[in-house]
Design a protein around this ligand. Structure first.
Ligand code: ZN
Length: 128
């Protein structure tokens, strides 16, 4: 467990049909949680074969953010994975899916990485 530096939730959408739902989910996360919201990726990036945005969060948030996403993902697929310094295993083996599980391009993932890069610097300021 100590190997988990942080988690990512990747929220997938279709730019032509479900971008509005993704915008709602993103805004609601930002209103509720101290996380790092990543850029919009309408264009495919890394191992991801659908458009998505990333939510990076500290381990302490798992027990509140993940159940919230279970109930509030508006039908979107969400990949939740730990960051342990092993990107390929973290995405392909150690992960969980909310909703439909989507294919990933494992070849785009490094076997190992520097865990220090996955420490989360939040960029949201939730209302209290
Ligand atoms: Zn990720």
């Amino acid at each position: 467990m100590a190997d988990i530096v942080s988690y990512h939730a990747h929220v997938y959408y279709d730019p032509s049909t479900t971008r509005t739902a993704a915008e709602l989910v993103r805004a609601r996360i930002g209103e509720r949680f101290v996380v790092r919201l990543g850029r919009w990726h309408d264009e495919l990036v890394g191992p991801h074969l659908r458009s998505m945005f990333q939510v990076a969060f500290a381990p302490e948030l798992f027990a509140t953010l993940v159940p919230w996403l279970m109930l509030n993902r508006l039908g979107l697929s969400v990949l939740v994975h730990p960051n342990t310094g092993a990107p390929r295993a973290d995405h392909m083996t150690h992960s969980l899916w909310l909703g439909e599980a989507l294919p990933l391009n494992a070849d785009a993932l490094e076997i190992s990485s520097d865990p220090a890069e996955d420490v989360v610097v939040p960029n949201t300021a939730p209302r209290t």
